[in-house]
Write a protein that binds this ligand. Sequence first.
Ligand code: SAM
Length: 308
Amino acid sequence: MGNGPLTRNTSGVANVPQRGAGGSFLRLVLKRALRRLGLLDRARWTRDRVNALAWLRHDRRFLRRGDGDGLPVPPARLRILTTASPSVEWFIQSGRSGADSIRDLLARNGVPIATIGSMLDFGCGCGRVLRHWADSDLQVAGCDYNVDLVAWCRRKLPFARFETNTIEPPLPYPDASFDLVYALSVFTHLPPALQQRWIGEMARILRPTGYLIVSTHGEGYLETLTTDEQDRIRGGQLVVHHDEEAGTNRCGVFFSEAYVRGDFAPGFDVRDYAPRGARGNPPQDLVLLQAQATPRLGSTPTTTPPPP
Ligand SMILES: C[S@@+](CC[C@H](N)C(=O)[O-])C[C@H]1O[C@@H](n2cnc3c(N)ncnc32)[C@H](O)[C@@H]1O
């Protein structure tokens, strides 16, 4: 990722996860010391402010050129939370690419976006991708477990409906609510047990034969892993970093295509697998799954099933 003006630091942890325990030895020592002193949050805040200031002039020029999308831009703190970069240009352009890659993946599988009535952006963050559906006829919903991100979306993106949820299912939607759910850079931060529960929940809130699109850390991340981890990936296993921090960018989960096609999503058929296809979240893979036609109950049904 990152050409032209974006070469400074657009490689968010969401997109380019950190190796092993999270960087060089020196960084680790410094982090531990700051944590012990109770200064880690303050240090991170300062780092983000300095980073945001460095981008200010560039972003002003970008917006003055009229290259934005006319919608409000979230503050740097929220942009960093979802992309690990304060760049407004990256926020808007990568979000647009994300929406385009969803539209294109559906289209090449014979599903024009015009046939989708309702969609959910699961783990929507501060609406980086969702904002690019503003001019569509779709019924758009977004949810996230981070209340700050959802609060901003509710205030600034009134064309969509937003809900908060918790790290575990359920979601506050009735069964069969959506034609499409997509989750970009979300399952990449959920350890396998949580992934399975969320897949069950996706099956519940999707109508039968509805679509689920997820991005994964695939082939493009192999070189960031140790040799042992690469072997595990090639053997069809998942590799998980920091599973104790599930849902945050520090938890990184790495997949193989074989795993996705095998154990990842019971109740779904893999319709398409696009290596490095998540263009707004490079170099993540993009997977199109279709819920099987037989209605199933998800892990946590919120409505009573009909009698047999
Ligand atoms: C790397 S950010 C990506 C945000 C957005 N999908 C995007 O592409 O800009 C990951 C997002 O997933 C959200 N998230 C992680 N676990 C979640 C969960 N269990 N339920 C809802 N949101 C979750 C985080 O709060 C965060 O906003």
